[in-house]
Design a protein around this ligand. Structure first.
Ligand SMILES: NC(=O)C1=CN([C@@H]2O[C@H](COP(=O)(O)OP(=O)(O)OC[C@H]3O[C@@H](n4cnc5c(N)ncnc54)[C@H](OP(=O)(O)O)[C@@H]3O)[C@@H](O)[C@H]2O)C=CC1
Ligand SMILES: CC(=O)C(=O)O
Ligand SMILES: [Mg+2]
Length: 760
């Protein structure tokens, strides 16, 4: 794991623009008119409306999405009382996490005030600005009075992250760790090192989950909270043990769980060795845990080890909670974050860890595969599903307990809204997958002895998107499934060298021979081809023994497409095939063609590609608005080259397909900016609409364009969708991601649904 160096951390904070966050305007502000709306005189109108009805502040300002991260710097991480300025990098960091994980805006507010009563007054005075208050790194016991009073006296959610965030996340981790170790929560012996904000709140939540108070030993900086202590404040007194234990070392003997919420490096390997069988160690002090990950895991093989750090497995850190908890609370405009909402968040987290982990999460952590187990008891912070699972659970609990002032009515729409917020607006992908699920078809996977393909297979089975048929070496497939704990059962596996009868091979060979005998293929060659998975798989579709075919993951595009062309062939009315990519952009889906097949298309080929693409776009219930692209606009270029070919294609399209909204030739900026185009070329068939379908003048431009957009992360790409084949055959790009394979399978199934007589 990469180590964090002091110099890198300092450079990160200092360089370019000091700090980590900035304020970004959300409304147009380029013209005098914009400024008159944003500020005086226009701004007076919302002021007056809010004056009449205070609730309208949520309507006309950013209050509803704005959280204050407030600290007085008295317990900054495990660094102690380092003051408000020194705590500011942490608070800015929280602001960054709120924004990137849940699109919650934050002002960090560092207050130079230790007196709880005065701090309460400060927070109350600034509360009108905010939709929620996140108290951070305020030490115990003052934090308890501060939070309780503010909760009582404010009508917006107040949440002390170090208390409840930590309690929720560690509870989720504990539930799962106990499940893995097969231990009942009522019987476990727990040692809590630390008796401050986080420790007290964690143990209180554990009590409500079933931990017995008599099984808990708590320790502060002066030792065990036992009956000999006379210096304990009323909160600590609640956790005094009756056991005759004085030190951490003694407490850990035979303990099942160690919960560290104190300071770094106070636990030794020897202490870990003294714990009970299958010990659970959550060493959560930051930045350095009570014992390092390396020491703890080398001391015991049977340990489940977690820290608060992002650079080790099992990060138990409140980052898994606060962004998503506030998201849900803000979205229903909750007055409070209550116990039910916290428990809902803990359960949602615990359950999510047991679900299939998307490949993109594994990739983000440099892993091939992540599965529920000792090294994965809690979801990863970069998991994009957190916002759906946790925020929705919290919002639902708020509604159930009557603290939601703005209840959500349509959960599907809310889920979509959450996706859009995070730029994972995959309406189209969802629509394709849902359509596939309505009538799943038999899809042949030519490259089933490949891990990524099998992961996609696992997903499509679980989601009911397709009924896979796997081609490949049976032993290899089995081994991959076992090694990676994939859930693939009761699936047809065809090993061309073992499980195909002579009858079937000859039956298929005969069909191929009939098609190719006047093109130089002998019967023996046709039989030989049936040992090739691309020929065999395509033949299964041709004979109706399967409905769609997916290949190309590990081989050259041209080598994979040839067998499909020979076995299935091109639709009669078109002389060629073409490839389309769908790019999911922030502005909606854009369809690009031809990106994979025709190098220098003649005008008629461009016409065919346009017609094929239009039909494909319509399958997604989208009206194609097509721009045929080049480097000039509407006949401006008179020489030889692509503008002229495109112009000729447009002429044919306008004559033969007058109802199609297609025009060109035009440059990409005029295609994608309808208003700009309309000013100069109002006669265009596209009117002032932005094009959603782009036809490229040649393969170079189409292929280069989508690869740039995809690589730069500007858009998620689905494809290439092969168009013009008689039956659904799709060739993946080499090394497609699991998500790309899944999307292609869904498209193949949707294609197959349109072919009569499929799906026996
Ligand atoms: N992973 C996560 O998500 C989170 C981790 N934390 C970590 O938990 C720790 C505590 O934070 P927080 O509760 O907010 O701070 P507090 O200041 O409220 O509490 C700190 C507690 O640690 C105790 N302590 C200090 N030194 C020792 C020691 N050598 N042995 C035993 N106990 C000791 C203090 O004892 P005393 O009462 O005697 O002063 C106090 O009870 C920090 O390291 C923080 O980074 C906190 C929140 C979230
Ligand atoms: C994670 C956190 O909030 C802390 O360590 O204080
Ligand atoms: Mg903190």
């Amino acid at each position: 794991m990469s180590k964090i160096r002091r110099i890198d951390a300092l450079d990160y904070h200092e360089k370019e623009r000091p700090g980590k966050i900035e304020v970004v305007p959300t409304k147009p502000h380029n013209t005098q008119y914009d400024l008159s709306l944003a500020y005086t005189p226009g701004v007076a109108q919302p002021c007056l409306e809010i004056h009449k009805n205070r609730d309208d502040v949520y309507r006309y300002t950013s209050k509803g999405n704005l959280v204050a991260v407030i600290s007085n710097g008295t317990a900054v991480l495990g660094l102690g009382d380092i003051g408000p300025e020194a705590g500011k990098p942490v608070m800015e960091g929280k602001g960054l996490l709120f924004k990137i994980f849940a699109d919650v805006d934050v002002f960090d507010v560092e207050v130079n005030e230790k007196d709880p009563k005065k701090l309460i007054e400060v927070v109350k005075a600034i509360a009108p600005t905010f939709g929620g208050i996140n108290l951070e790194d305020i030490k115990a016991p003052e934090c308890f009075e501060i939070e309780e009073t503010l909760k009582r006296e404010l009508d917006i959610p107040v949440f002390h992250d170090d208390q409840h965030g930590t309690a929720i996340i560690s509870a989720a981790g504990l539930i799962n760790a106990l499940e893995l170790n097969n231990k009942a929560i009522e019987n476990i012996k727990v040692v809590v090192n630390g008796a401050g904000a986080a420790a007290v709140s964690c143990i209180r939540l554990y009590f409500s989950l079933g931990v017995k108070p008599e099984n808990v030993v708590m320790i502060d900086s002066k030792g065990v909270l036992n009956q000999s202590r006379t210096d304990l404040n009323p909160i600590k007194q609640q956790f005094v043990t009756e056991q005759k234990i004085n030190t951490l070392e003694e407490a850990l003997v035979d303990a099942d769980v160690f919960l560290g919420l104190s300071v770094g490096n106070v636990v030794t390997k020897k202490m870990i060795r003294s714990m009970a069988k299958d010990p659970i160690v959550f060493a959560m002090a930051n930045p350095n845990p009570e014992i390092t990950y390396e020491d703890a895991t080398s001391a015991r093989e049977d340990i489940i080890m977690a820290t608060g750090r992002s650079d080790y497995p099992n990060q138990i850190n409140n980052v898994l909670g606060f962004p998503f908890i506030f998201r849900g609370a803000l979205d229903v405009r909750a007055t409070h974050i209550n116990e039910e909402m916290k428990i809902a968040a803990a359960k949602a987290l615990a359950n999510l860890a047991k679900e299939y982990v998307p490949e993109l999460v594994a990739k983000a952590y440099n892993k091939q595969n992540i599965v529920f187990g000792r090294d994965y008891i809690i979801p990863k912070p970069l998991d994009p599903r957190l916002i759906h699972n946790v925020s929705i659970a919290v919002a639902k609990a708020a509604m159930k307990t009557g603290v939601a002032r703005n209840p959500i009515k349509n959960w599907t729409a809310y889920k979509q809204e959450l996706s859009s917020r995070m730029g994972i607006d995959n309406k189209l992908i969802m629509a394709i997958r849902n359509k596939a699920k309505q009538e799943p078809k038999r899809v042949v996977f030519a490259e089933a002895n490949n891990f990524k393909v099998l992961k996609a297979v696992q997903f499509v089975i679980r989601e009911g998107i397709a009924r896979p048929v796997l081609l490949g070496n049976e032993e290899k497939i089995k081994a991959l499934i076992e090694e990676n704990q994939l859930q693939i059962e009761n699936v047809t596996v065809i090993d061309l060298f073992k499980s195909v009868s002579d009858d079937q091979r000859h039956r298929y060979a005969k069909i191929l021979y009939e098609k190719r005998r006047r093109k130089g293929m002998t019967y023996d060659e046709a039989v030989e081809k049936m040992y090739n998975r691309d020929y065999f798989g395509a033949m299964m579709v041709e004979t109706g023994e399967a409905d769609a075919f997916i290949s190309g993951f590990s081989r050259k595009y041209s080598d994979t497409i040839r067998p499909a062309l020979q076995v299935i062939g091109v639709k009669e009315q078109f002389n060629h095939i073409a490839g389309m990519y769908i790019l999911i952009t922030k502005k909606g889906p854009i369809f690009l063609a031809d990106t994979t097949v025709n190098m220098d298309p003649a005008p008629q080929t461009l016409v065919d590609t346009t017609i094929l693409t239009a039909a494909e776009v319509q399958k997604f219930n989208i009206i194609p608005r097509i721009a045929l692209l080049s480097y000039s606009n509407f006949g401006a270029f008179k020489g030889n080259g692509s503008p002229v070919r495109v112009k000729e294609a447009v002429k044919i399209l306008h004559e033969k397909y007058p109802d199609l909204i297609a025009d060109g030739e035009m440059q990409a900026n005029y295609a994608l900016n309808g208003k700009l185009r309309y000013k100069r070329y109002p006669f265009s068939k596209l009117g002032d609409n932005d094009a959603n379908t782009l036809i490229f003048p040649n393969l170079s431009s189409g292929n280069i364009c989508y690869k740039i957009l995809q690589t730069m992360g500007a858009a998620e790409a689905i494809g290439p969708v092969l168009m013009g084949m008689k039956k659904p055959i799709h060739i993946l790009q080499r090394d497609s991601s699991v998500r790309e394979i899944i999307n292609m399978v869904a498209i193949a199934v949707v294609d197959a649904q349109a072919v009569p007589g499929t799906g026996e």
